[in-house]
Design a protein around this ligand. Structure first.
Ligand code: ZN
Length: 188
């Protein structure tokens, strides 16, 4: 992201895909929100440290930001399960330093857990997912558990059921291939 894009993002109100935290000491709350954002349907989110809830650019605590950046990356790698795709960036805006974390969920991951718990974000509110909700997300997003309908990611065609299998050296496997060359994914 360029400096301009970061400034633009920092000015945004909190939303379904954007959360801000005043200080790096609020990592835990921040990562719970990030987990909630990637688990919601947009499957992505950005978290910025150094901005107050009222939009004021306050900057993160002074100190070694390279070290802070490494430490954030390690915390994310160690505590998100399955592994999260993310990027950590440090930027200086109007003399204040902000740290930006952006992340996304791959389509083949039904949901991520942070520190053993799964979260979901609804608007600007993040809450924990119940066991039943986790099961329901799995049925909706895990291709091996989903029962239909399906939608091709290339030609857009819909089908109710997928019964095709392919024979591999590991035996028979469900096939998600569409005749157009695309792949079928759960249609919501
Ligand atoms: Zn297709």
């Amino acid at each position: 992201m360029t400096q301009e894009e970061i400034l633009e993002l920092v000015r945004q109100e909190e939303s379904q895909t954007h959360e801000r935290k005043r200080s790096l000491s609020l990592q835990r709350e921040g990562f719970e929100s990030l987990c909630g954002m990637v688990n919601a349907d947009p499957a992505q989110g950005t978290l910025v440290f150094g901005v107050a809830p009222d939009s004021q650019l306050v900057g993160v605590e002074p100190g070694d930001l390279d070290k802070a950046q490494r430490s954030l990356s390690q915390t994310i790698s160690a505590n998100f399960e399955p592994r999260l795709q993310f990027e950590v960036q440090v930027a200086e805006l109007q003399g204040k330093r902000v740290v930006l974390v952006s992340a996304q969920r791959n389509r083949d991951v039904p949901y991520h857990e942070y520190d053993g718990r799964a979260y979901i974000r609804e608007g600007t509110v993040t809450r924990q997912l119940s066991f039943t909700e986790k099961k329901s997300l799995e049925r909706r997003r895990n291709r091996d558990l989903h029962t239909g309908p399906w939608k091709c990611n290339k030609c857009g065609s819909w089908v109710g059921n997928l019964v095709s299998v392919r024979i591999t050296d590991q035996g028979m496997q469900k096939s998600y291939a569409c005749s157009c060359g695309g792949e079928y994914w759960p249609a919501n």
